[in-house]
Ligand binder design. Structure first.
Ligand SMILES: Nc1ncnc2c1ncn2[C@@H]1O[C@H](COP(=O)(O)OP(=O)(O)OP(=O)(O)O)[C@@H](O)[C@H]1O
Length: 315
């Protein structure tokens, strides 16, 4: 668990972090979100001591981080940033192996780890291990950055706008991959973004910041239902909130059993795990009011428009 108690950071007269109280449990995907200059990056960087906090208590598993040695910090906390920070004159494999080497792992263990991580990030070893960062696309470089942050098998992964510079499609792909990876490795993730949609998609807990302070901490669903004030509501997109909420709900939650054989032959299809927002979009596009719901190749039910709008509607 990461715990910040009354943690403050001053840069001269600027209060970049103002008495932050925050507790991030093991396995949590915590996203810090807010407008530019609100103190997200400062808060993140205090956790790996890149920025020393001015006052307050900042502990990891109960240990004040100022008491941890450099080696322990490096082992326990991975860090990925937007510009990737890859060394341009080192090939991918060497970039990824930086922390394991610093930790004194054997050559065989380092190689095994690099292979494992490239596979996890969907970068085939034979194709990518020997490439230089300049030979990678933005999305591939970002994957290598994430692989490098995970290399020492840290308990905690800090990510500062890692997908901020990518085009929307690559960005979405990497968001999905990060969710897939997190389901597999179950680290404690602290992720900074100014993009509320990204926060809603990724987070188990969202921390909204403004002017160095935490304004609200809640799950995506709670935040959408009960924004603490107008500022949070505005960050959530005002009247778009309904659509964003639909983006968090799965078709599975509203689907109904099939009314009878062949009764829906003409209806477009959707997958059980897709969102109600996707369902609504398909209905608008096809100008229809019901969809056939599939789990893989199997037809498992149907979703009428009324059930998107009201959970208690039985049509
Ligand atoms: N090294 C520094 N020296 C002086 N002031 C700083 C320093 N780093 C950050 N600040 C100030 O602290 C405040 C918070 O900055 P921070 O980078 O944490 O914000 P942010 O929310 O991450 O913003 P962005 O999304 O634009 O990166 C800002 O007012 C910034 O100007």
């Amino acid at each position: 668990m990461i715990e910040l108690q009354q943690v403050t950071k001053r840069f001269g007269n600027t209060l970049a972090a103002d008495a932050i109280d925050l507790r991030i449990n093991q396995g949590e995907f915590c996203v810090l979100v807010g407008t530019s200059g609100c103190g997200k990056s400062t808060t993140l960087r205090m956790i790996n001591r890149l920025i020393p906090h001015s006052s307050g208590l900042l502990t990891i598993e109960g240990q004040e981080i100022s008491q941890l040695d450099e080696q322990q910090l490096r082992r326990r906390i991975g860090y990925a940033i937007q510009s990737t920070g890859l060394f341009p004159h080192w090939p991918v494999a060497r970039n990824i192996s930086l922390v394991p080497r610093l930790l004194g792992w054997s050559e065989a263990r380092v190689t095994e780890r690099v292979e494992e991580l490239l596979e996890l990030l969907n970068l085939p070893y034979a194709e990518f291990a020997h490439k230089y960062p300049s030979e990678l696309s933005g999305g591939q470089a970002q994957r290598v950055g994430v692989a490098r942050a995970l290399a020492g098998d840290p308990d905690i992964l800090l990510m500062d706008e890692p997908f901020g510079a990518l085009d929307p499609i690559t960005r979405e792909t990497l968001q999905n991959e990060l969710l897939r990876i997190q389901r597999k490795i179950h680290k404690t993730l602290v992720f900074v973004t100014h993009d509320m949609d990204e926060a809603l998609k990724l987070a188990s807990q969202i921390v909204v910041m403004d002017q160095g302070k935490i304004i609200q901490q809640a799950s995506p669903a709670e935040l959408l239902l009960n924004p603490a004030n107008d500022f949070v509501a505005q960050l959530l997109g005002g009247e778009d909130r309904g659509l964003k909420q639909a983006g968090l709900l799965r078709v599975a939650e509203r689907m109904l059993p099939l009314p009878g054989p062949n009764s829906l032959d003409q209806a477009p299809a959707i997958q059980l795990h897709d969102s109600l927002r996707q369902a609504l979009s398909i209905m608008l596009w096809h100008q229809c009011q019901q969809l056939r719901v599939y789990e893989g190749d199997s037809l498992v039910g149907y979703l009428p428009l009324d059930r998107i709008i009201r959970a208690d509607s039985h049509v």
